[in-house]
Design a protein around this ligand. Structure first.
Ligand SMILES: [Zn+2]
Length: 464
């Protein structure tokens, strides 16, 4: 069945064709490991996971590369500010290497909790310094670079298609960048390929290079690693929409300048999460919600967040509020209850996947990952007249893409409706940080003979 994906390069939905029949090279920009990922970042990783599962569901073998940015990503835009890793090290009194290891582990835990499939290849920026240096040398040989006092820069004026992805107006951009602090840059859009270690500060992460001791710019790592690990299979490159104007634009410019060939055929971007009231979620904004403080602490299963993100198309901004989240928690619980009831009805009978609904589901996810409509097909299936075991077999088939772990719904952990009601109220109370009410509800549930546990996977209620 045809798979159509929205390509940010052409701004249109296109029929997807990989470079090599049956195989897909997928590169997703990974985290900068200086802090926890916020739930807006995680929304993008969920979208990428659904993309990967959709490709597999459509029969493709997917080679997925994800990088870990552990050096070179600066706190300011356009090559200004401090390295985020060195800043994190000062903030926490650890080494930059310890910071990277700690937050990489935290990110991988978040991935597990959201049921995100592991990439085929993980790669770290600090493990590919020679490849990055080599790529910069190629650009230098071809005349795309120039030297300033603080580093080696890419001369964007020499690359005619610079705004092909961002569709930005370059004059407006130059105009808007008058506050640019580095007067040695020839153009506001030029960017650092290699930065020199400052003379007065000892950096923790630095390497020798043909241009002097220093560290790579952020953008060059993704070009070097995608080409190293995917070779010619440059099919799909993903990230958040915030990567379009600078990071991905610069990746395309330096890669195509170096190789003289197109760099990735499809570019796909996940939209922002917006806090109710219109604020963008960002580490710098003080509205920093993590899987832990937004959900786990409140007894919410992180998979309920995965489910919540399916209710908005990945290219549309998603509005987050505790109320909307409580609705998604209820919806997810309801879905799990429906599956539990089916399991009881099906007993040990093995069912058949319903082909008509499978085709319909495949059509919806294959239409640029339309998850709201895919969830509607799931409801159509659950409410259909098919025998329970066929419905169940089809649910599990859909769950290969949804990744909601529906096969782990145990038929023995069904709760009476009155208890379910109290559980829902307790989740609501914790959302509202009404811990007095939350404790009351726990006592009430326990008085009925159940155990209540708050775990990293959410609130667990069961018969002892
Ligand atoms: Zn990247």
């Amino acid at each position: 069945m045809q798979l159509r994906l929205y390509n940010s390069l052409t701004r249109a939905k296109e029929s997807f064709q990989p470079v090599q029949a049956g195989q897909v090279g997928l590169y997703t920009c990974g985290p900068t490991v200086y802090n926890y990922a916020h739930i807006g970042n995680l929304r993008t990783y969920i979208f990428e996971d659904v993309l990967k599962r959709t490709l597999s569901y459509h029969g493709y073998e997917v080679k997925h590369v994800m990088n870990i940015t552990d050096v070179g990503h600066l706190t300011g835009d356009r090559d200004m500010g401090d390295d985020k890793l060195e800043e994190g090290a000062r903030r926490e009194g650890k080494t930059a290497w310890e910071i990277a290891a700690y937050y990489t582990a935290a990110f991988r835990r978040d991935m597990e909790r959201l049921n995100l499939l592991e990439p085929s290849i993980w790669c770290k920026a600090t493990d590919t310094i020679p490849e990055q240096i080599e790529l910069i040398r190629t650009l230098e040989d071809k005349g795309y670079t120039y030297r300033t006092r603080d580093g080696i820069y890419f001369d964007t004026a020499r690359f005619p298609g610079y705004t092909r992805l961002s569709h930005q107006n370059i004059e407006a951009l130059q105009e808007g960048a008058r506050v640019e602090i580095n007067p040695e840059k020839r153009s506001a859009t030029d960017f650092a390929l290699w930065k020199f270690s400052p003379a007065d500060v000892q950096r923790q992460m630095e390497w020798a290079s043909p241009w002097g001791v220093g560290f790579p710019g952020w953008h060059i790592e993704c070009s070097a690693m995608s080409m190293k690990y995917l070779g010619d299979q440059l099919d799909i490159h993903c990230g958040g929409t915030d990567h379009i104007d600078v990071h991905h634009t610069n990746e395309i410019a330096q890669s195509e300048a170096a190789t003289g060939r197109p760099f990735f055929n499809f570019w796909m971007h996940g939209a922002f999460l917006i806090i109710a009231g219109g604020k963008k979620m960002a580490k710098s904004e003080g509205n920093f919600l993590t899987l832990h403080n937004a959900f786990i602490e409140k007894g919410i299963d992180p998979l309920a967040y995965r489910y919540a993100t399916f209710q908005t198309h990945y290219r549309k901004p998603m509005e987050y509020s505790p109320e909307a989240m409580a609705g998604a928690v209820n919806g997810f619980q309801h879905l799990r209850n429906q599956v539990r009831t089916l399991k009881e009805a099906a007993g040990d009978r093995q069912g058949q996947i319903n082909d008509r609904l499978r085709q319909k589901f495949m059509g919806e996810i294959g239409d640029d990952l339309n998850m709201p409509r895919a969830l509607a097909v799931m409801q159509e299936l659950l409410k259909s007249q098919l025998v329970a075991e066929d419905r169940l077999a089809t649910v599990f088939d859909f769950d290969q893409v949804l990744g909601l772990d529906l096969n782990r719904v145990d038929k023995t952990d069904a709760l009476p409706a009155a208890i379910e009601q109290m559980v829902a109220e307790r989740i609501q109370a914790r959302q509202e940080r009404d811990f007095g009410r939350s404790d009351e509800l726990r006592d009430a549930i326990e008085a009925k003979g159940y155990v209540v546990q708050d775990t990293p996977e959410g609130m667990k209620v069961f018969k002892p």
